[in-house]
Every structure is written in structure tokens, then in C-alpha cells.
Design a protein around this ligand. Structure first.
Ligand code: PEP
Ligand code: MG
Length: 569
């Protein structure tokens, strides 16, 4: 048995054949000039034709935004000017692959210097360039291959566009060599309930078609699973599916309510939710992705109304646009920021683009009115009580009654009482709170140990925020990925957090975990976690207090990942 180890996302497991995503081709520095120029010119035309045909076929098979993105790339592959520029270079003696790279660079320059609308097309241009060059060099098509059977997708890393282009119905699991537990791939996988292992050392050597067993709870990939491992994976899948069907509200063993809410990115997500008490984080930026301009107010009203309708009378917390840093949007993101995570992102965009926020708030209020419900709204990246007050005024002016902000910046956690004085609730975004507390880029996989939400310093800030909420009697939720960890959920409940919002696939396990522990135990866990000297010690000392039934059912391991074969079924 060969076991690759990484960081698991979610608790799921799956067995299936590897489908490798291939990186963009690298064009060698030295490539001979073509011997037969006319044949080389023809090969460029054929490569563009083939790429256009493949992209059109994929666009037709895809839906919505993904289809639009692929169709735009297909049209780019048909662009006569781009082809002519490339063939002119071949005629001037360049190797076809080099000619395409140079022609593409020339167009990129043009697009960038034109305007934001064209700058957005650079992604399409590069996608076409890489596909055409791969054909000319007889290399595999870059990106995720079109899946024809249920597969374990293995990649160095996946861009949001790669993920969007995958047929998710056929993705059993995702294994990536890079990334961290709060990277895009991890969040999307968690959202969809796809078992995922990130930072899997050795994943680069996995070959297409190899049967592997992925265990997200243990953070392992077994590259030669035996029958016993395959059987255990099947049992685990069945156990988790059973937990996901439980529709009881979140409660500790002694009946203390802790609302269990879902994180969503689209109205479709809202329509596909497993049992839960509402939505604690609607990441609206998904609606803006891949666009050349913000969606119109009317389009936003429709999208928000559709999500609200799916939830009926249940609570829905909509987050205003969180663009910038790890969520760049071509038409909003400011070029040239040296430290985008510390720059104009989240609510700070209202300084320069207030109309974006006003439009969004108006759309949300109108959606609520249309559906006859009162949506909750919150702003990301709030640092000061003054910003909280400014956002609250904007939201109330738009006609939204329940207004909150996210606590993602240590300054907001330290001043939680003052922030809470301005709003009705707060929700702690532990992904960013860990990033800013530990001064660690959430996308740097090699620093994932620092980014760990079990870091006692991060827990101290969560505790300070929860305490402020208890004092003033206002709700304090957690909606970062840490809420999905069934052991961390107990700590958060012990700290006095009133709701936990997570990837829908995590709800069953967290509900099960809460139900097996009373408030006194949760408080004890919170105390031992905060008293620990390190993140590992915090996690291990809490796990030692977790009910053995919960530990075994959910395969809650200690920090060092367990081999798949040792994971209890
Ligand atoms: C967070 O930062 O914890 C959060 C929930 O927001 P996002 O991951 O979308 O930045
Ligand atoms: Mg955040």
C-alpha cells in the first residue's frame, strides 16, 4: 500500500480511477524553424480549428456561466486576426508553437491597454493559446479532461475556471498537490460535498486510470487500495449519507440550541440544501464571476429572490460582494496593489465603488419584498465600528432590517462590543480571521500550519467576539470553514457562538457531534483549547474529550493523518 498524505477537506471518502488535469504547456526556448513553412502554417490553422471545435462542443454541453465562458473562448479560437498574426510569424521563420505564444502575447498587450472589458478576455486568450500550443507540441490538453466516467480528479492546482468547467456529477474526489484547506478548490469541494485532499505530496506522480481511495477525514490517498479499504470507504459513505438525512435542529446533548446553517454561493445551491435551519453565508460574488460588468439590479433581484424562495421562512444571511485579494474580479479588482489582501477588498470597495454596494442592497431588499421575507445582510472585511455603522446605514436606507458584519479582522474582534453596538449580529469568518491574525496568506499552502483555526491566538479572538455577543445579547455566528469541523464546532459552542454555518455536506456530522456533548463539556473543551500552547495541542486535547462514538463514526483523527486502512468504519 502506498499512502499519500495531505490535508483533508470534509469527512467523505471515495474510490475511483484517476483523471489527471494537465498543466499549461511550456514552450522550449530552442525550437527549430519549420522545414516546410506551408505545412507549418497549415498545422497552426488545424490546431486552432480543433481547439475551437472542442470548446464549442464543451460549451454546448455545459450550462449557464460555464457555457458562456467556454463559448467565449471558442470564439477567440476562431479569431482571424489572431490566426493571421500567428501564421505571419511562422512565415517569418518561427516554430508554430512559438508563433502562437508570440501572437497571443501581442494580443494580450493590446487587450490590456484597451479597456477593462477586453482585459477580461485575457483569460480566454491564454486558455486558447495553451490548448493550441499543446496540440502543436503533441502534449496533453491542459486543464481538467472531459470526464467520461466517475473519477478522482488529480491536479497540481485548479483555478476557479477549471473547477467551473468540470462535470461535477462525475467527480468522485479531488486531489491536488498544492493549495490549502481554505483555497478555492477546497472551498468549492467542501461546498459540493466532494471529498478532497490538498497538498498531497506525490500526487504529481499519479497516473491516469490508477484506482485510488481518497479519505478526506484522514487526509490520505491510498494508491493501491485493497478490498478491505474499498469496503470501509463504502461503509463510511453510507454512514455520512444517513447523518445528512437527519433534519433535527442543532442542539447540544442538554438541549442548548446552536443553529446549523449552510454556506451557499448560488440560488441553485439554496435549492439543493440538505436539512438545515437556514443559510448563514450566501457568498454573492459567485454571481459576479466571469463577468465583464456587475450583474444588473434586476438580475440580482431574480437571483436573490430565487435563493430566498428556496429557504421559505428560514433565515438567509446574504453577504455583500467580497471581491479582491483571493477573489479577484476583472472589472473591480484594482491593478497594481502590492498586498491585495491588505488592500481595497470586501466592504472597502464602497470607498471607491459605493454604487456596487447600494445596488446590491437595493436588489436584496427588493428580493425580500417580492418573496415576502426579511433577508439578513452582512458586509465582509469590516475593521472598525465606524465601518460597521456606515454599512448599517446603507443597508437600512435600502430597507433591510437585519444588518450585521463579518468579524474577519483582528481589530473587529478586539472591538467586538463596539462593532456590535452598530449592528444586529456578527458572523466570524475564521478563514480570514486566521489569515490576518497569523499574518499568513490563506493561499500559501506551505504555511497552512500557521493558518490553522486551532491556533490559540485565533481562538482567543473568537472567544472575545463571542463574549461581547453574550454581554449585549446579540447573535455571534461562525461561518468560516472551521465551523465544519465536528470537534471545532464543540469548542465554538463552548465559547458561546450561537450559530454555525458551513458547507452543506458538513451539516450532518456537526449536528451528530453537537448532539453527543453537553454544554459543560463544550465549555471545558473551549478552555483546554485556549489553554494549549499550539494548534496541534489544542486539537489533540479537545479530541481526547470527544465522545468515542463520535470520534469513531466521523473518523476524527489526531493531527497526524491516519492511514486509510486504520480509519475506523
Ligand atoms: C471567512 O473568511 O472565513 C469567510 C467565511 O469568508 P470567505 O472564505 O468567503 O473569505
Ligand atoms: Mg472572508
Amino acid at each position: 500500500m502506498t499512502l499519500l498524505r495531505g490535508a483533508g477537506v470534509g469527512r467523505g471518502a471515495a474510490v475511483g480511477p484517476v483523471a489527471r488535469a494537465h498543466p499549461a504547456p511550456v514552450v522550449p526556448d530552442r525550437l527549430a524553424a519549420p522545414a516546410d513553412v506551408e505545412a507549418a502554417v497549415a498545422s497552426v490553422g488545424t490546431a486552432f480549428d480543433e481547439v475551437a471545435a472542442v470548446l464549442h462542443a464543451r460549451a454546448e454541453a455545459a450550462e449557464g456561466t460555464v457555457g458562456e465562458v467556454l463559448a467565449a473562448a471558442a470564439f477567440m479560437a476562431e479569431d482571424d486576426e489572431l490566426r493571421d498574426t500567428a501564421t505571419a510569424r511562422v512565415r517569418a521563420g518561427a516554430h508554430p508553437a512559438r508563433a502562437v505564444v508570440e501572437a497571443s502575447a501581442e494580443f494580450e498587450e493590446l487587450f490590456r491597454s484597451a479597456d477593462a472589458l477586453l482585459a477580461e478576455r485575457v483569460t480566454d486568450l491564454r486558455s486558447v493559446r495553451d490548448r493550441v500550443v499543446a496540440r502543436l507540441l503533441a502534449l496533453p490538453e491542459p486543464g481538467v479532461p472531459a470526464l467520461t466516467r466517475p473519477s478522482v480528479v488529480v491536479a497540481d492546482d485548479l483555478s476557479p475556471a477549471d473547477t467551473a468547467a468540470m462535470n461535477l456529477d462525475l467527480v468522485l474526489a479531488i486531489v491536488i498537490a498544492e493549495g490549502g484547506p481554505t483555497s478555492h478548490t477546497a472551498i468549492i469541494a467542501a461546498q459540493l460535498g466532494i471529498p478532497c485532499v490538498v497538498r498531497a505530496a506525490g500526487a504529481a506522480d499519479l497516473e491516469d486510470g490508477t484506482q485510488v481511495a481518497v479519505d478526506a477525514a484522514a487526509g490520505t490517498v491510498d494508491t493501491a487500495p485493497d478490498d478491505a479499504v474499498v469496503a470501509r470507504v463504502a461503509e463510511r459513505r453510507a454512514a455520512l449519507a444517513a447523518l445528512a438525512r437527519d433534519d433535527s435542529p442543532g442542539r447540544t446533548a442538554d438541549g442548548v440550541p446552536v443553529a446549523l446553517l449552510a454556506n451557499i454561493g448560488t440560488a441553485q445551491d439554496a435549492e439543493a440544501l440538505p436539512p438545515c435551519e437556514g443559510v448563514g453565508l450566501f457568498r454573492t460574488e459567485v454571481l459576479y464571476l466571469g463577468r465583464q460588468a456587475a450583474p444588473s439590479e434586476a438580475e440580482q433581484v431574480d437571483a436573490y429572490a430565487r435563493a430566498l424562495r428556496a429557504l421559505g421562512t428560514r433565515k438567509v444571511v446574504v453577504r455583500t460582494l467580497d471581491a479582491g485579494a483571493d477573489k479577484p474580479l476583472a472589472f473591480i479588482t484594482r491593478p497594481g496593489e502590492e498586498n491585495p489582501a491588505l488592500g481595497v477588498r470586501g466592504f472597502r470597495l464602497a470607498r471607491t465603488d459605493a454604487e456596487l454596494t447600494h445596488t446590491q442592497l437595493r436588489a436584496l431588499a427588493a428580493a425580500g419584498a417580492r418573496e415576502g421575507v426579511e433577508p439578513w445582510v452582512m458586509a465582509p472585511m469590516i475593521a472598525t465600528p465606524a465601518e460597521a455603522a456606515q454599512f448599517a446605514a446603507m443597508a437600512r436606507e435600502a430597507g433591510i432590517a437585519r444588518v450585521g458584519v463579518m468579524v474577519e479582522v483582528p481589530a473587529a474582534a478586539l472591538r467586538a462590543a463596539e462593532v456590535l453596538a452598530e449592528v444586529d449580529f456578527v458572523s466570524i469568518g475564521t478563514n480570514d480571521l486566521a489569515q490576518y491574525t497569523m499574518a499568513t496568506d490563506r493561499l500559501r499552502s506551505e504555511l497552512a500550519d500557521l493558518l490553522d483555526p486551532w491556533q490559540p491566538a485565533v481562538l482567543d479572538l473568537v472567544a472575545a467576539t463571542a463574549r461581547a455577543g453574550l454581554l449585549v445579547g446579540k447573535p455571534v455566528g461562525v461561518c468560516g470553514e472551521s465551523a465544519a469541523d465536528p470537534a471545532m464546532a464543540l469548542v465554538l459552542a463552548g465559547l458561546g457562538v450561537t450559530s454555525l454555518s458551513m458547507a452543506p455536506s458538513a451539516l450532518g456530522a456537526v449536528r451528530f457531534s453537537l448532539r453527543h456533548h453537553d454544554r459543560a463539556t463544550c465549555r471545558q473543551m473551549a478552555d483546554v483549547a485556549r489553554a494549549a500552547g499550539s494548534a496541534d495541542e489544542a486539537r489533540e486535547s479537545v479530541l481526547a474529550l470527544v465522545d468515542p462514538v463520535v470520534r469513531e463514526t466521523l473518523a476524527l483523527g489526531v493531527h497526524s493523518p491516519q492511514p486509510v486502512s486504520e480509519v475506523a468504519s
